[in-house]
Design a protein around this ligand. Structure first.
Ligand code: S3P
Length: 181
């Protein structure tokens, strides 16, 4: 599946609340790779939270910043990248990630996602009178592209540790048993 590709990094993609950041942080610690959360990096660069980027500059600006960051990643090595939920939903971003990273999609049902995010308020796309149907609609729209990840892992009823373990196996396989070189 990754034959002929230069898998130097690991990218975690998938919907909000699927555990990309928690799993990514753990993996980076285990592999001694650098961890980057695209949301955190874009917030730090903008000097404001994502909700304010959306409110003050619009979602299009945020997506442009994501695309620019994806371009920068092509030069990275030994990074674990946790992406914002919409980043890999753009086909060109996903294609670009695949050039240098094993792309793993963390999956969860809308119900599990809602259970995980319902007490959080920092995601502008879920500030909706009917967040559950927003989750369903967005997830349905993005599913065809999320499915183009190299590996799909269902995170429902699984601990962060279990998911990380599974991702690690896939990464080792893709790198021919050389995760740290
Ligand atoms: C978004 C997901 C968020 C963040 C922004 C938009 C999306 O990231 O990038 O609020 O479009 O799904 P998380 O997946 O880390 O919550």
């Amino acid at each position: 599946m990754t034959a002929g590709r230069n898998v130097r990094n690991l990218a975690l993609i998938g919907f909000m609340g699927t555990g990309k950041s928690s799993v990514g942080r753990l993996l980076a610690h285990q592999l001694r790779y650098e961890f980057v959360d695209t949301d955190d990096l874009l917030e730090a660069r903008a000097g404001k939270p994502i909700a304010r980027i959306f409110a003050e500059e619009g979602e299009e600006t945020f997506r442009r910043l994501e695309r620019e960051l994806v371009g920068e990643m092509a030069a990275w090595k030994s990074h674990i990248i946790a992406t914002g939920g919409g980043l890999a939903a753009e086909a060109a971003n996903l294609e670009s990630l695949k050039m240098h990273a094993l792309v793993v999609c963390l999956w969860a049902t809308p119900e599990a996602i809602w259970q995980r995010v319902k007490h959080q308020t920092h995601r502008p796309l879920l500030q909706d009178p009917d967040p559950m149907s927003r989750i369903r609609t967005l997830l349905e729209r993005r599913t065809p592209i999320y499915r183009q990840a190299d590996v799909l892992i269902n995170t429902d009823l699984r601990s962060v540790k279990d998911v990380a373990q599974q991702v690690l196996h896939q990464f080792q396989d893709a790198r021919g048993g050389r995760p740290e070189s």
